[in-house]
Design a binder for this molecule. Structure first.
Ligand SMILES: [Cu+2]
Length: 137
């Protein structure tokens, strides 16, 4: 199994921000030209319940939390309004499951690029992460 490098995240937090939420193994497989990109990561919460309600990126015209669901044998993606990260728990964003969808990219993503994504939580706290683009496996 591919061992992914741990992302060194950059945090832009409000006053209330404690480093309770750690993002690991964030990556974006390089999308084919003209296609949207998907970001995958592991969210680890060492504090109380956190609820992710939105995502944003200056490098995408639209960013959304998506979930892949299989309906009648066909994989489809649907928008997710909120993702709970339980107290002292974790949520994995992974291919075939929950992911961050980046649509209408401002420029084609190259391997080695970093995409800045802002995670927005129900308490209005925001956390910005930089997610590296990796070669598609
Ligand atoms: Cu999607």
């Amino acid at each position: 199994m591919l061992k992914l490098l741990t992302l060194s995240s950059v945090f832009f937090c409000s006053l209330l921000c404690a480093q309770e939420l750690v993002i690991e193994n964030a990556y974006i497989p390089q999308p084919p030209p003209g296609s949207p990109a998907s970001a995958y990561l592991l969210l680890k919460n060492s504090g109380p319940l956190k609820t992710l309600i939105d995502v944003d990126s200056a490098q995408a015209g639209m960013a959304m939390i998506h979930q892949t669901v299989v309906v009648d044998g066909v994989a489809k993606m649907k928008h997710v309004d909120a993702i709970d990260i339980p107290p002292n728990g974790q949520v994995q964003f992974a291919p075939g499951g929950t992911h961050i969808m980046l649509m209408r990219l401002s420029s084609p993503l190259q391997v080695g690029d970093e995409v800045s994504i802002t995670l927005i939580f129900a308490n209005q706290q925001k956390q910005e992460i930089r997610v590296p683009v990796k070669a598609r496996q």
